[in-house]
Design a protein around this ligand. Structure first.
Ligand SMILES: [Zn+2]
Ligand SMILES: [Zn+2]
Length: 113
């Protein structure tokens, strides 16, 4: 499982934030991520290509990153290939389940246009 990466998925910017670096280095996340990748057989869940990025469906915040129900919950993970991940963040703008956090950490639904 070399070369796989992940995104922080915060505000549509998929890059490691300073506050997220400790989390992404921690063993609990690495075990969670690897187990999840194996559970979907390493394939992109949208198009079936080779998955590259473990995406958090509900975006992580400095608060929710400490909540395993969000950050380490397989139900909140999706394995995507680079293309599908780019499309997710820079394309249509809707999430898989239409759920996002607002700036205060409240969950709200985003209806596809
Ligand atoms: Zn993402
Ligand atoms: Zn894909």
């Amino acid at each position: 499982m070399q070369g796989l990466s992940w995104c922080v998925c915060l505000g549509g910017v998929s890059m490691a934030k300073e506050w997220a670096k400790g989390f992404y280095k921690c063993k609990a996340w690495q075990r969670c991520r690897e187990g999840y990748i194996q559970s979907v057989m390493g394939l992109c869940e949208r198009c079936g290509a080779g998955g590259k990025i473990v995406h958090h469906i509900v975006e992580l915040t400095p608060e929710s990153i400490n909540n395993p129900e969000v950050s380490l919950n397989w139900n909140n993970l999706e394995l995507l290939c680079q293309d599908c991940h780019n499309e997710h963040h820079h394309g249509g703008g809707s999430t898989t389940q239409g759920i996002r956090f607002d700036e205060d950490g409240n969950v709200y639904e985003v209806k596809p246009l």
